[in-house]
Design a protein around this ligand. Sequence first.
Ligand SMILES: [Zn+2]
Length: 925
Amino acid sequence: MVLKQVFLCALVVLSVSADHPLWRKLEGDLSEEPEVELLQEVNEAYRLPTVTVPTHYNLHLKTAIHQNNRQFQGTVEIFFNVLESTDTVTVHNRRLSIWKVTLYSVSGEVQTELESPEFSTDAETEHLAIKHSSVMEPGSYMVKLEFNGGLQDNNNQGFFASSYLDNDGKRHYLASSKFEPTHARSAFPCFDEPKLKATFTLSITHSKDYNAVANMPQDGALIPDVDDADYVTTKFQKSTKMSTYLLAFAVSNFRIRTSGYQTVYARPNVYEETEYPLQAGVDILNALSAYTGVEYTKYMPKMTQIAIPDRGSGAMENWGLVTYGEPVLLFNPAINSYRTKKNVDTIIAHEYAHQWFGNLVSPDWWSYIWLNEGFATVYEYLAAQLAYPETNYWDLWAVEVIHNAFSADARESVRPMTWNAATPSEIAGLFDTVAYDKSGSVLNMFRVAFQDDNWREGLVSYFNSRELDGAVADHLYEGIQFAVSGKDVLPKAFNVKDVMDSWTTVAGFPLLTVRRDYKTGEIVVSQERFYSDRQLPNDHVYHVPYNYATKSTPNFETLSFEWLSTKATKLTTTIPAEDWVIFNKQQTGYYRVNYDAKNWQLITDALQQNPSAVHVQNRAQLINDAYNLARAERLDLTVPLNLMTYLKQETSYPPWAAASSVLTYFNNKLRGTSQYQYFINYVTQLIQPIYSVHSVDSVPDTETTMEKYLKQTITTWACRVGLQDCITRTGNALRTAVAANTPVHPDIATVVYCYGLHQTGQTEFVWLYERLLASKNQAERAVLIDSLGCSQEKEFLKSFLMTSIGSGATFNFLETERTRIVSSVYSASRVGVDALLEFLSDGSLIDEFVSRLGQSTLNSAVSNIASRTNNVEELEQLEGLLNALGEKISANTATSARTTARNNMAWFNTLEGLVAEEFFGAYTQ
Ligand SMILES: [Zn+2]
């Protein structure tokens, strides 16, 4: 194997310049020669040779999945062009048994057999080299491969088997595919790289009692199998040109619901739950077609969504056949909550956004996966908001995406958005928080800074120039540059590439520090990379779009920008000394902001006087920034704790969502200690006013989606800190529900069931458990599992844990549900941790636990018990468990558990612990 440095971007810049003279012209004289970006070294031996490219696949597969037979047979004819003389064509193969290979030359419609060439697969690179006995000159060829493979066992990779139970308890099997990023090669030999696009003609032979679905519509009637009357073949129309990772198919006995060119497939016994996602699919695809200005049906004649049982809560955007885990597609208004609906709406929006960002234009290579996932993350929220404006889903953007991105991106070891990879596991590792939340945050910052109409114009230009092909970052920049030219939205003397590369090619994100001179009005704004736990010298300059509001000019709605394109700048202002200043209006920019102590005090005072003077997104930003700056030792911890006391007047969800993370941190540190009561007092004071206007046990018709989010957060805290009204009413609501054998409204079920169980007994626990066993809806089952974990009866919880390793018809849990039972128990309360400690310390159960749930579930349980260890008694319990487990866990797992627990207990001797202890102790208001 040879290690080579990759000058990928340099090559790309050259080709862009050659193809698009306009690009050079638009840059004018302002820009120097584009910098050569060096992607980091990877092992290039994993890449396919560039001397051959595929043009078309005829793929035929045969499966007997209806009998739970895991073997499948296939034949693929791969048409390819030889670009440079070679004797070898190399494709990918993972674990397929190839028993016959035939090579043809192709001239028009005529195929001439050349020979049955030698072939061999390298298990490491997964390269299948097919070697012709003489040189193939440039021209058209076809290689026909006949092979057998095994369906994978419900691992959501490649071509895999799943199953479900019908209403009579009979198990049915199905087979479906998920190829991104490198799993197509485990279903058929292929050129498995995203830029190597081709057309596909697929046919599948399957039981006549089953149906097959794929990217494209069926082509003609079912074809009876001449050899076996029990089988038929479904043939599909020739596909659009696309990447191998987007090919998809499923063979099942699912039932279909149709509206125009959209359909939803699901197992027959959840048919009623497909009505909502079908309608949402129609609404969201229309919204995206209108927004992008590129009609979906221009490239793909139909859209199918399919719900795969026990596939977790992920989804995959295959062109024309999007696959989902059931809890993020199926929706039953009688039993599913607003949160399930939000997940369905936004995940559909995410996957449908990929039909443009990823399917129509794919990344040239996985190093640019942010061109897929960053955009899909933005439109996950924006397209759902466009389709359903009344939900205000966009209000969740900063607290769910930006704040989450910050957490991962503040580590020193984090990667930049553009990052190379070669091996399948390196490529899989690129699908991380950087690819999704950080890239989404950065792209949305530029969408707003460049203005949405310019952005859309730029995207249309990008789609038009790269349709049905691959792209790199420069292609996107080119499109946007075209749209913003002459529009005064860029920093002077810089182009789109300069500005966006300063974010996409460098790890991390900046902290802006704002220092005011209260006499002159001058403000010095400086930037540096923010780390969660250290300060390091760094001379990188991000091009930061910024703006600010003040007490005298609180115009948070006007979003125009200046640019900080140097390490620091001095602003001359006439801002009065008594005014507060807040940077990054509505937190559209992907950066944190710190201020001098006086400005923080002015902001805190302003929030306490009148929260609505500050935009709701900035209220969330201030809490999240102040807390994280304090954790990074850049701000006194009393600043966020003081600032948060304004929450007594806060009636919107985003600031409460930001605050809830902060409160959770201190709750975890202080629970079980003598200081806990002071913290409880602090939280009680903050939540009481807002709790009193929301009903924990009923759902008014007028309640909005954001009010539901707010209510769930507030009532959870109210019950957690033991507010008597919350405890009494949830207990009564659960008792009433059980007596009437009628579930509570799904939007309050999470809180009522969890805290209701604190006040009730075995009857209620058993009622919820029986509802769990009876439910066919995975999202509802998740709520019920989490609720059962809330019980305060250790013996009930131990019985519940026992069901997670149970076998036989009584314990028909999905694999994902078994691990959820364990996490629900330790997450809910200390009683649950105690129950799990006793359960895992029982030597007679531990082998069954590991064989049923896996070593990783045991390791994770130990680590979660350790992180919930706060006092001497709990430490002794942990030691007891570690001793009981002995060699059932690794020395590393045990050591790391002890370190976590000791650090928790040492927290009170840290600056943060001491300040927090003093603050909560003194807080009496
Ligand atoms: Zn995605």
